[in-house]
Every structure is written in structure tokens, then in C-alpha cells.
Write a protein that binds this ligand. Structure first.
Ligand code: DGI
Ligand code: FE
Ligand code: FE
Length: 200
């Protein structure tokens, strides 16, 4: 597969990523890349260029997930990444914002939509582009993930009505967060309001 970075070809990008992720996270990243390509194909977007872009976004979406605290803080400082109070309180959220920065700075991605797909993959946001919505959904359903009951409803729908699937994923996430007594991040809430108004 072609990849969209200024720095690496496909096998080099995989090798670079493999060094930075634990084995399960690397498998998950491949799963998201393949699932995202599949979603593109099933919605009639099959050009090599489109597949290369979405494959690159899928591979790199969790590139900042396995950093230890020290490294994470070093990059936050180096690249002047501004954190919200919510991200400081719930640091696992940082990997989306920092991943978008590292995709550009460390992996040589210049395509803004690849970068924004990485940025929004955890919370989603209102009015996602097709690629952003594909990465957001592929991250949720890729086959290496722990299987959830709601998959029965979401998996077939994701190939027919992506926006409705995004709505159901957000609905599931909010229910899950409420169950665990976790606060909702502002973009997750805005995304839910946007998709529930239009696609429920
Ligand atoms: O990095 P992954 O594990 O592949 O997946 P991810 O980046 O989608 O992260 C999933 C986690 O993010 C999941 O446990 C739910 C959590 N999450 C998503 N939106 C919110 C959130 N957690 C909080 N506290 N608030 C949110 O709005
Ligand atoms: Fe993630
Ligand atoms: Fe992920």
C-alpha cells in the first residue's frame, strides 16, 4: 500500500510504528487501517489515493498511545501542545491531540485531513468529514477489539449508513461513560448533539 508521509514508505512506516507501540496496539492499528479501507471501498471511494490516505490515518491514529509519561510531557512541551483541564484530569484523552501533532512532526504527514482524523478519533466532533467519521468508526469496530453486544446493530449499519452508525457509537460511549461515572469531554457531547439531531 502507498502511504502518505514525506518520510517513509509503507514497510518503513509500519516498522517505525511497531517500535513505538505495544504488540496489541500495533495489531489494533493495522485492524483500524484495514477496516477503514474497507469502509471507504464499501462507500464507493476506491481510488488508490483515497485508500492510501485513509490507510495512513488508520495506521497512525494511536501513534501517541503508548508513550510513557515522561516522553509524553516532553513532546507536549516541545510542540507547545495546549491541554484542557479535562485532558489534564483524564490524560488518556491526550493521545488523540498529541497523535495528530506527532503524525505531522515525527512521521512526516502533511495531509490536513489525515491529521484531523487522528485528532478526532477518540471523542469525535460535530460534522465530521467522511474520512474523520470512517477513522472514528473503524477504531470502534475493528476485529481485534473486545467484542461488544452493540456491535450486532452497528456493524451492518456502518456499511449502509455511516452517519447513523456514528450516532449509535456516540450513544454507546455516553451510556458507557455514565455507567462508569466518567465526565463527558466537550467534543464528544457536541458530536452527540450534532449526530442525534440529524441521524437518530
Ligand atoms: O485508543 P483506543 O483505545 O483505540 O480508543 P479511543 O481513542 O477511542 O479511546 C477510547 C476511550 O475513550 C473509551 O474508553 C472512551 C473514552 N472516551 C471517549 N470520549 C470520552 C471518553 N472518556 C471520557 N472521560 N470522556 C469522553 O467524552
Ligand atoms: Fe485512540
Ligand atoms: Fe484506537
Amino acid at each position: 500500500m502507498l502511504v502518505c508521509t514525506e518520510k517513509y514508505n509503507d514497510s518503513e512506516l509500519r516498522a517505525a510504528l511497531k517500535k513505538k507501540l505495544d504488540p496489541a496496539r500495533y495489531e489494533h492499528s493495522l485492524g483500524v487501517a484495514y477496516t477503514a479501507c474497507n469502509l471507504f471501498l464499501s462507500h464507493g471511494h476506491g481510488s488508490t489515493e483515497e485508500l492510501s490516505r485513509v490507510y495512513t490515518a488508520g495506521l497512525l491514529h494511536d501513534c501517541a498511545k503508548c508513550l510513557d509519561e515522561e516522553k509524553r510531557d516532553k513532546y507536549i512541551k516541545k510542540y507547545n501542545v495546549e491541554l484542557t483541564e479535562m485532558e489534564i484530569q483524564h490524560p488518556f484523552l491526550i493521545h488523540a491531540k498529541l497523535g495528530a501533532v506527532l503524525a505531522k512532526e515525527k512521521y512526516g504527514v502533511t495531509d490536513e485531513e489525515i491529521i484531523s482524523s487522528i485528532r478526532w478519533h477518540t471523542t469525535g466532533c460535530a460534522g465530521m468529514s467522511f474520512m474523520e467519521a470512517v477513522i472514528f468508526s473503524a477504531d470502534f469496530i475493528e476485529p481485534n477489539r473486545k467484542q461488544l453486544l452493540c456491535y450486532e446493530e452497528i456493524r451492518p449499519l456502518i456499511y449502509k449508513d455511516l452517519n447513523k452508525a456514528v450516532y449509535l457509537i456516540l450513544k454507546h460511549t455516553l451510556a458507557h461513560l455514565e455507567n462508569k461515572g466518567q465526565p463527558v469531554e466537550e467534543h464528544t457531547l457536541e458530536a452527540y448533539e450534532y449526530y442525534s439531531k440529524r441521524f437518530s
